[in-house]
Design a protein around this ligand. Structure first.
Ligand SMILES: Cc1ncc(COP(=O)(O)O)c(C=O)c1O
Length: 485
């Protein structure tokens, strides 16, 4: 195993964060002042005319005119034409500091040349896909194993959603048990069984429109920091058919928006062992972002199965995978000896040479450049700067980070606690969501793109100069926020 370094310099004080978030939720909202918001909306009308024209046309042919859940729809989607390093440019040539980072996969900075050159080489040699084995599949699997020894065997898939699907199917095949348990509020992709307890814990199938109830009847959720509730579920299941797996985002639901204590993963590992359930780490975001050893290396906890996505293909398409212990993973192979059942997975474009080569070379570059660590330090600087700005402007907002995963909670829409006040959570969900839409639009008008107005991923390209520039933008926006009038 390689000597690992990790992106988190100091693990956040989770109690302190929740206390600050509770204060934020209990106060009236502090949105952008109405006259200032009008100014920001004018920016879009005046400076983003090409985007407006394009996305208006797109509405005729694409549902809502936009195909990414993380893209801004408010006041209208922005068309991006160029990405390089820390920046994005839109169709009207406006430049933005990019803290969306395509939703997480990019750690080296956008369009990193050494990886791009290798990707082009592969396309020249064999095109993006042949449907047959390519050496890059092996190279990528070996490299992941070198950094994450618990990933003894790896299978590349098309997306994080597919990786989760495969993990659940495999866990059930291997254990012969049916129930799977997730932490409420966590995002594990959009498969029928995982659109359950989405965004806000204990909301069950609230968002499962179009999904037959039978698909999620074996999915259970617990309030993410309540390990006693997890134990109760495991105990109850044990008296029936048992639990196939517990699946976790190791830094907490929604990439640590709801952070968990440092020893949390170890405690869940122990509960899984006690009740004979597999532990699945969803490392779609944390895989390589926390360090080359992933969250499992950082927390020192060995999961049975690990789901990959995003950075596993270095920001190139078809990014997904599943890895884990060999005696479990063998159930994914074709041609097993008689007597063993197989968990069926497939995918025409899965494990194509382009995705595998892009993943392989970008992980090599992460090694060479220490990008996860540099991105983590940039996240620390950004968060420290945001905290200062929040104090300077006397706002109740909360900034915290786990290395290069940074959170700026201004409306805390995903942090409503329906155990404490279900009525408030339901009544305020819409206005709080609209408030972060406005915040996101205001950040953008001031030159910064965030993830849904509340999350910021940093990369190696975020130098001190970039962070200073972004903080100047946040300063201007926060100066315009205040108690709702
Ligand atoms: C933790 C986590 N798991 C799974 C997924 C799904 O991955 P994909 O979008 O590649 O299907 C995501 C996507 O954001 C994620 O953040």
């Amino acid at each position: 195993m390689s000597e690992q370094k990790y992106a988190i310099s100091k693990y956040p004080d989770v109690d302190e964060i929740y206390a600050a978030l509770d204060r934020l939720i209990s106060q009236p909202m502090h949105p952008i002042k109405r006259d200032k918001m009008q100014g920001y909306l004018k920016y879009f009308e005046e400076k983003c005319a090409t985007s407006k024209k394009l996305t208006d046309r797109a509405k005729q042919f694409i549902p809502g005119g936009v195909q990414h859940n993380l893209a801004f729809n408010y006041p209208f989607p922005i068309a991006i034409t160029k990405a390089k390093g820390a920046y994005l440019w839109d169709a009207d040539e406006n430049r933005y500091v990019d803290f969306l980072q395509a939703g997480g996969p990019i750690l080296l900075g956008s369009n990193y040349e050494p990886v791009m050159e290798k990707a082009i080489e592969v396309i020249r040699d064999c095109g993006p896909v042949t449907g047959l084995f390519h050496e890059y599949e092996l190279k990528l699997a070996e490299l992941i194993n070198r950094h994450m020894p618990a990933v003894e065997i790896f299978r590349m898939l098309g997306s994080g959603t597919e990786g989760v699907l495969a993990a659940l199917r495999l866990a059930r095949t291997f254990t012969g048990k049916q129930k799977v348990i997730k932490a409420g509020g966590a995002y594990h992709g959009w498969s029928d069984q995982m659109v359950f307890g989405l965004h806000v814990p204990l909301t069950g199938p609230m968002e499962a429109h179009g999904i037959p109830a039978g698909c999620y009847q074996d999915t259970q959720e617990f309030f993410p920091t309540d390990l006693a509730a997890l134990r109760t579920l495991l105990e109850t299941n044990h008296k029936g058919g048992g639990t196939a797996a517990v699946i976790l985002e190791p830094v907490g639901p929604e990439s640590g928006t709801r952070p968990v204590p440092f020893d949390y993963n170890q405690k869940v590992r122990e509960l899984c062992d006690e009740f004979g359930a597999l532990l699945i780490f969803d490392e779609v975001v944390t895989g390589f972002r926390l360090g080359l050893g992933g969250a499992q290396g950082y927390f020192g906890v060995i999961p049975d199965l690990t789901v990959f996505g995003k950075a596993v293909a270095g920001g190139y398409p078809a990014a997904g995978g599943l890895g884990g212990k060999a005696h479990i993973m063998e159930r994914l192979a074709a041609g097993l000896e008689a007597g063993k059942t197989r968990a069926y997975v497939g995918g025409t474009l899965s494990a194509n040479p382009l995705s595998c080569a892009a993943g392989y070379y970008s992980i090599l570059e992460l090694e060479k450049t220490d990008a996860p660590i540099k991105a983590g330090r940039a996240g620390d600087k950004l968060t420290a700067g945001l905290k200062k700005l929040i104090a300077k402007h006397g706002l109740p907002f909360v900034a915290y980070n786990q290395g290069s995963i940074c959170h700026l909670e201004t409306s805390a829409v995903m942090l409503m606690d329906i155990r404490k006040d279900a009525k408030k959570a339901i009544l305020e969900a819409k206005p709080r969501k609209h408030m972060i839409e406005e915040m996101g639009a205001a950040f953008m008008a001031e030159g910064v793109i965030t993830l849904a107005g509340s999350r910021l991923y940093t990369s190696m390209a975020d130098t001190d100069e970039v962070i200073a520039q972004a903080l100047a933008s946040f300063d201007r926006v926060l100066a315009n926020a205040g108690p709702a009038q």
